[in-house]
Design a protein around this ligand. Structure first.
Ligand code: ADP
Length: 294
């Protein structure tokens, strides 16, 4: 270990020890919030410091790109197909699968494919010959541990597996770092759709992926062990995917599905429920459930 690595790991373990003590964690969070309220800490510094605190509890599952959003390619594709996918997706690492996405067999890097187009001898190589071995991690791994593993293994991407060995998603070093420093958009990243968009007057437009934890910050407390997103929560509650215009009244808030299909809720509107909606929700709750499933 060289000096710089040693001093980094010492600082890291000191910070970890400091941030790991539960009793300290709450005090630290309060101290950061107080310092920010008093103007001693800039807003960006505040969110970075809170990000470090939250980092302790984060799992790969919380921050990965889910399997349905992964741009990947079957192993029998041509190198030209991979190059086209790299260009259209803007991603420089493409997972390669055999038969289904549950069986990721390699990762193709843009840097490994470029020489194949300029060097005649490599022009006939197959994907299997240039792909690298995937780094698999359980989706329940702590992101803090993964960050250390990324560093020691000199890896930038991992394939997250669910408890049955199926593909859960992928996670890169950028996903992990973003949890502390906020969004990093490189020159190829498409602008990200905001999961929560304020429309004014306490009215919000949400994507189905809006995180329940973030809704708590707006005053809607729905945190749940089974699901992370508002779309998942409402599907769980209804037992199916709610249709467009279906409404839910939850804890004084009215949620209206603006757009959904057979598999997913895409967009919702969140606004304070009117008194009569709250009353009808209360009647429903007493009858069977807490939601207005009208
Ligand atoms: P890149 O610059 O190649 O997109 P980054 O590590 O900067 O890679 O990742 C940026 C974001 O893109 C991250 O959220 C990451 O999870 C996601 N990402 C990276 N590769 C893929 C891929 N093949 N398919 C879908 N999302 C990906």
């Amino acid at each position: 270990m060289d000096d710089s690595t040693e001093s980094h790991s010492t600082i890291w373990s000191r910070l970890s020890r400091l941030f790991c003590r539960d009793s300290n964690e709450e005090k630290l969070e309060q101290a950061i919030l107080d310092a920010s309220a008093e103007g001693e800490v800039e807003p960006e510094e505040k969110s970075m410091l809170l990000g470090i605190l939250r980092f302790n509890d984060l799992l790969v599952h919380d921050t990965m790109t889910p399997r349905t959003d992964m741009d990947c390619i079957p192993v029998e594709s041509s190198l030209a197909d991979v190059a086209r996918l790299i260009v259209s997706s803007g991603h420089s690492r493409i997972p390669v699968y055999s038969e289904t996405r549950d069986n990721i067999v390699g990762i193709v890097h843009a840097k490994d494919i470029l020489p194949c187009f300029v060097d005649e001898k490599r022009g006939n190589l197959s994907i299997a010959e240039i792909m690298r071995e995937p780094f698999f991690v359980p989706d329940t791994k702590s992101t803090r541990t993964l960050l250390q593993e990324f560093r020691t293994r000199k890896q930038h991407i991992a394939i997250a597996l669910d408890e049955y060995g199926g593909t859960s998603g992928l996670i890169t070093i950028e996903d992990v770092i973003e949890e502390i420093v906020g969004d990093i958009e490189d020159e190829h990243d498409a602008p990200k759709e905001e999961d929560i968009r304020a429309l004014g007057d306490n009215v919000y437009e949400l994507t189905g992926r809006a995180n329940l934890e973030d809704l708590t910050e707006l005053g809607l407390e729905l945190e749940n062990d089974e699901v992370d997103t508002i779309g998942g929560y409402l599907c769980m509650l209804s037992g199916n995917v709610p249709a467009k215009n279906q409404t839910f009244t939850l804890h004084g808030w009215l949620l209206t599905v603006l757009d959904s299909d057979a598999k997913l809720i895409h967009r919702l509107r969140l606004e304070p429920a009117r008194a009569e909606e709250n009353a009808s929700s209360e009647a429903n709750r007493m009858a069977s459930t807490e939601t207005d499933l009208s």
